[in-house]
Ligand binder design. Structure first.
Ligand code: BGC
Length: 763
């Protein structure tokens, strides 16, 4: 009796009449989605438009706490009477982020820490990235999640952005090709992705309010382009709108962005969710096409009132619900997938290891210092030689079981590690770890200043080691940006590099610097001291093993830079405007460098860089020859073939880059832009491979703001085939006889404040 009264009260809360109760109740998956939506009460509709809230997941109307997988980032609401299952959304870009041993679980649930996105981008190898995506997605599936909140693909506009390690590149073509591969790999498991953060989340300072003022051309060519490529090439299940405002509007409240561009122009078929607490006005978000509000809960009243007062049309809500339900229908949880909690972590560690070695970039290698020659004993300097930084902080973190450190990896590879030096660093690490609050222990070493060593401490290492290795580490994460001081090396670090180099060189021994970093740092004021520099990035749990593989020559490095390393921070085109104005608490950030981001700027304005975009050394040499074009005149498509031969003594892989120099009589353009790249297989000494590249009409086009169109200008185009953006090895030309409007798009997203883009003629 009591139960019946309670049940009737429950039905009353939802406005469900007993007549409805006896009729057929539509079920998701069995009946039409429109019928399921029609059977929902207003409250059910509103609840389904948002997640269950943060930390203390509240399951309306009972208020009971719901956690499906401890550590999940969010849940969507379930409506069992309509057959609607919940879905689990989990971070993030370097692997699945869930709790490994939550209370009540009698087994551990570790995930694989894969190399961060910047390191993956440095592989320039879509196949490799797709393999990583497959392995990552298998953990998403087997641990019972439905969506990985990844990949994150914002442009590296400025080296200080705190989230650059989660992002791929300064170039939208690299982003587009590699993140498409990631989405394909992840989604091949039948789980979803969330392409984030749409769009221009290039600044973490005041990320929930900052207004980015960006010209339509820079938006189209630089900031939207990577998203456009991934949406068109890989159809991610979901897109996550960003926190920031662009040209006056929160991205999650902007119809032109989420509907006109994303859906009408690019034909996106999935669901859009907000970033966690992103945006301010739930009604505007609904209208814009931000279907799902995450983590949700708090906007229920606002939307119910808006609906009851007809501030928002129910048709808008139903449209968004349809997208949410279409998404739920695809999820493993809806399909009843019985997950194992036992992904093959050993196999995934191997995938992570291979990607880590391929993502490392050899920046300097004087007199063939590397690979090691007669090295048996190593002296390891720098705190991160003993505590490898596998990845960044925040939602991009992964709870992995263990990551070897560089000293351990050397030992397991049979090297002798200088023990007195190890003892000094271990004691330093123990002391700072003990002193830190328990909640800060995980990252205290990464963020702590380097240990200063005396000259005697350094000198005494030389006789017991065949080589000196210095690791420099940096970490960062969402919510704040890095400082110029963090970009620069500290005096202690520079002194360490100088004094170790001097001491070892005096004994005719070599020195290698290993960079265990997530974003670009200064190199020009210390790089002359060591003999070799290996940019190891934050390469996941296997990163330290991968470093040893490369140093000893088991693997020939083949990574190349997906961004430029400037000579100094002040050379960065956005240095004066980052993070925004006023500098201490920015409200607006004016992107007045326009399209001149990264190499587009350095090369067009002839600003020297320390290491240019696309740069990376190998232990062998490659010869490029025999450039062939399918035609001398462009007609819809053009194919370019080149031959690459390994002319050195070691087997290796080579990434070949295709830049296009376009005519610029009508509008100004960067002196060249990347329009293709291809990586060889592992070539044996003497072996050759043909690589082919295809240019379509969009590859020739720039965005002409005055006509809101992608236009390819008539004239002579030069194809430049290079080993980096500066090291161009082959060129060939073709013509476009008539100017072509390749695609007309909507005249939307104009700046709400003046922005005068930099151009070569206004410099
Ligand atoms: C981040 C997102 C992340 C979300 C859920 C936000 O703070 O910006 O990238 O997916 O949290 O954890």
């Amino acid at each position: 009796m009591k139960k019946t009264i309670l049940f009737s009260a429950f039905l009353a809360v939802f406005g469900i009449s007993s007549a409805q109760n006896t009729a057929h109740i539509p079920q998701l998956g069995k009946d039409k989605i429109d019928d399921v939506i029609a059977a929902m009460t207003l409250e059910e509709k509103v609840y389904l438009l948002m997640g269950l809230g943060e930390n203390n997941w509240l399951n309306p109307p009972t208020g009971e706490k719901t956690v499906i997988i401890a550590g999940e980032a969010g849940l969507t609401w379930a409506i069992p009477r309509l057959g609607i299952t919940p879905s689990v959304l989990t971070d993030g870009p370097a692997g699945l982020r869930i709790e490994s041993h939550p209370e009540g679980l009698n087994f551990t649930r570790y995930c694989t820490a894969f190399p961060t996105a910047t390191a993956l981008a440095s592989t320039w190898n879509p196949e490799m990235v797709e393999t990583v995506g497959k392995a990552m997605g298998n953990e998403v599936l087997e641990y019972g999640s439905d969506v990985l909140l990844a990949p994150a693909i914002n442009i590296h506009r400025n080296p200080l952005c705190g989230r650059n390690f989660e992002y791929y590149s300064e170039d939208p073509f690299v982003v587009g090709k590699l993140a498409s591969a990631m989405v394909r790999g992840l989604q091949s498991n039948g789980v979803g992705t969330s392409l984030k953060h749409f769009v221009a989340n290039n600044i973490e300072t005041n990320r929930n309010s900052i207004n980015e003022v960006i010209s339509q051309r820079a938006l189209r060519e630089i900031y939207l382009r990577g998203f456009e490529m991934v949406v068109k090439e890989a159809q991610p299940w979901t897109v996550m709108s960003s926190y920031n405002r662009v040209n006056g509007f929160y991205t999650s409240e902007n119809y032109d962005l989420l509907t006109t561009i994303l859906r009408d122009e690019w034909k996106f078929k999935g669901m859009v969710m907000s970033d966690w607490w992103g945006g301010k006005d739930a009604v505007a978000q609904m209208k814009a096409g931000n279907d799902l509000l995450m983590p949700g809960c708090t906007q229920r009243e606002e939307l119910l009132t808006a609906l009851k007062n007809k501030i928002i049309d129910i048709k808008v809500i139903d449209r968004n619900l349809k997208r949410i339900l279409t998404f739920i229908l695809k999820t493993p949880r809806f399909k009843g997938y019985a997950y194992s909690n036992k992904p093959d972590l050993k196999a995934h560690a191997l995938v992570s290891h291979n990607a880590a070695t391929e993502g490392m970039v050899l920046l300097k290698n004087d007199k063939n210092t590397l690979p090691f020659n007669n090295v048996k004993r190593v002296a390891l300097f720098g705190k991160t030689s003993y505590r490898f930084i596998a990845g960044g902080t925040g939602s991009g973190e992964v709870n992995y079981e263990s990551a070897s450190t560089i000293n351990e990896s050397f030992e397991s590879n049979g090297y002798k590690v200088a023990k007195p030096l190890e003892a000094i660093y271990k004691q330093f690490i123990d002391t700072i770890t003990q002193k830190a609050k328990p909640e800060n222990r995980k990252f205290v070493v990464d963020f702590h200043a380097e240990l200063p060593l005396s000259k005697e401490q350094i000198d005494s290492q030389v006789k017991n080691a065949d080589i000196g290795i210095i690791t420099i580490g940096r970490n960062a994460g969402e919510g704040s940006d890095r400082s110029v001081a963090d970009f620069s090396l500290t005096d202690t670090e520079k002194q360490l590099i100088r004094e170790v180099s001097e001491a070892f060189h005096a004994a005719n021994k070599k020195v290698v610097v290993v960079l265990n970093i997530g974003g670009v740092i200064a190199t020009s004021d210390w790089r002359d001291y060591p003999d070799a520099i290996l940019l190891a990035w934050q390469t996941g749990q296997e990163g330290a093993n991968a470093i040893v593989d490369i140093l000893k020559g088991k693997v020939n490095p083949s990574g190349k830079l997906p961004m430029s390393f400037p000579m100094s921070y002040s050379d960065v085109p956005s240095a004066k405007t980052f993070p925004g104005e006023p500098a201490d608490n920015p409200i607006n950030a004016v992107y007045n460098e326009g399209i001149y981001v990264g190499y587009r700027y350095y090369e067009t304005f002839k600003i020297p860089t320390a290491y240019e975009f696309g740069y990376g050394l190998s232990y062998t040499q490659f010869e490029y020859s025999n450039i062939r074009l399918s035609s001398k005149e462009f007609n819809n498509e053009l194919t370019i073939m080149v031959t690459v031969k390994n002319t050195g003594k070691k087997e290796g892989k080579e990434t070949v880059e295709l830049y296009l120099h376009a005519p610029n009589t009508e509008i100004e353009k960067p002196v060249q832009e990347l329009k293709g790249f291809a990586k060889t297989k592992l070539l044996k000494p003497g072996e050759s491979q043909e690589l082919s590249f295809t240019l379509d009409a969009r590859s020739l086009a720039s965005f002409w703001t005055n006509v809101s169109s992608w236009v390819a200008e008539k004239g002579h185009y030069e194809v430049r085939i290079g080993a980096s953006s500066k090291d161009i090895r082959l060129t060939a030309g073709f013509t476009l006889p008539q100017t072509m409007v390749v695609e007309k798009v909507h005249d939307v997203l104009y700046p709400n404040r003046p922005v005068t883009d930099l151009t070569p003629s206004t410099k």
